[in-house]
Ligand binder design. Structure first.
Ligand SMILES: NC(=O)c1ccc[n+]([C@@H]2O[C@H](COP(=O)([O-])OP(=O)(O)OC[C@H]3O[C@@H](n4cnc5c(N)ncnc54)[C@H](O)[C@@H]3O)[C@@H](O)[C@H]2O)c1
Length: 252
C-alpha cells in the first residue's frame, strides 16, 4: 500500500477518508493533536502532500494513502493496515463529491458518480472498519459525514442529496448491527463549509444572512464534534445524526 509516515499511538488509530480535502485535512490534524494516530486516505495526492508537510512541521502522527475509497480492496487494505498498526479506534469518512445539475439533466453517469463517491465509499468504509473493530473486541467509533442536504433539498443537487440521505440510513442500520460489539456509528451533517467543495466566495457569502450564526463554517468548526463522537464522552450516542450547521437548516 502506498503510504508516507508512520502512524503509531496509544489512543489507537483513526482512519480519515477524504483526508486531503478541506474537512478531512482539518479533522486529520485535530485528531492527531488529540493523541490518535491517523491514516488519511484520498484519491487526490495534492491535498495529502500538503497534509504530510503540515504533519511534519507540527510533528503530528499522520500517514497518508492515495486510494479510491469507492474500491473494496482499498478499504480492506487500509483498515487491515490500521489494525496491524496497533489498535483501530475508529474512522471519519469524509470522502465526498457533488455535481451541480438540474434534476432532469442528471445523467446516469452523474447519478452513479455521486453514489459511488459518497454512498458506496461510506458503505465499504463502515463495513471494513466494523469488521476490524468487532474482531478487536474493544468497541470503537465510526463517523460518516453526510450533509443537511440529506434532510433539506437544494436545487441541482438531487443525486448528492439522495446519496447523503442514504448515508444517514446506512449509519442507523450499521449502528444496530455493530452496537452489540460496542461499536458506535453516527453521522455528522455539516451545512455550508468553506472548502474546495464550495469554491466561490461570493456564493458562500450569500448564505450568511440565512445562517443563525451569520457565517459559513470553517473546516475546523467540524472538529470538536468529531473529537466528541470519537471519545468516551459520547459513549451512549449511536445511530444519530449530529447537525453542525450554525443554524442554516432552520432557514431552509
Ligand atoms: N463543504 C461543505 O459545505 C459541505 C457541506 C456538507 C457536507 N460536506 C461533506 O463533507 C465531506 C468533506 O467535503 P469537503 O467540504 O472537505 O470537500 P473537499 O472537496 O475539500 O474534500 C473532499 C475530499 O474527498 C476526496 N475524494 C473524492 N472522491 C474520492 C474517492 N473516490 N476516494 C477518496 N477520496 C475521494 C477529494 O479528493 C477531496 O480531497 C464530503 O463528504 C462532503 O460531501 C461538505
Amino acid at each position: 500500500m502506498p503510504s508516507s509516515g508512520e502512524a503509531r499511538c496509544s489512543l489507537g488509530t483513526v482512519v480519515v477518508t477524504g483526508g486531503g480535502g478541506g474537512i478531512g485535512a482539518a479533522v486529520s490534524k485535530f485528531v492527531a493533536r488529540a493523541g490518535y494516530a491517523v491514516i488519511a486516505v484520498d484519491i487526490a495526492p495534492l491535498g495529502l502532500d500538503k497534509l504530510t508537510a503540515d504533519a511534519k512541521s507540527e510533528g503530528l502522527n499522520i500517514c497518508t494513502v492515495v486510494g479510491d475509497t469507492s474500491e473494496e480492496q482499498v478499504n480492506h487494505d487500509v483498515f487491515t493496515a490500521a489494525a496491524d498498526n496497533g489498535m483501530l479506534h475508529g474512522a471519519v469518512l469524509c470522502a465526498g463529491a457533488t455535481i451541480h445539475k438540474p434534476f432532469m439533466e442528471t445523467s446516469l453517469d452523474n447519478f452513479m458518480f455521486t453514489f459511488r463517491v459518497n454512498l458506496l465509499s461510506t458503505f465499504l468504509g463502515l463495513r471494513e472498519a466494523g469488521l476490524v473493530l468487532a474482531s478487536q473486541g474493544k468497541g470503537g467509533s465510526l463517523i460518516a459525514v453526510s450533509s443537511i442536504n440529506a434532510m433539506r433539498p437544494l436545487p441541482e443537487q438531487a443525486s448528492y442529496s439522495a446519496a447523503k440521505a442514504g448515508i444517514e440510513s446506512l449509519v442507523r442500520s450499521a449502528s444496530e448491527d455493530l452496537g452489540p460489539s460496542r461499536v458506535r456509528v453516527n453521522s455528522l451533517a455539516p451545512g455550508g463549509v468553506n472548502t474546495p467543495m464550495n469554491p466561490i466566495p461570493d456564493q458562500r457569502n450569500t448564505y450568511a444572512p440565512h445562517i443563525a450564526l451569520r457565517r459559513a463554517a470553517e473546516p475546523e468548526d467540524m472538529c470538536g464534534t468529531v473529537e466528541f463522537l470519537l471519545s468516551d464522552k459520547s459513549r451512549y450516542i449511536t445511530g444519530a445524526t449530529i447537525v453542525v450547521d450554525g443554524g442554516l437548516m432552520n432557514h431552509r
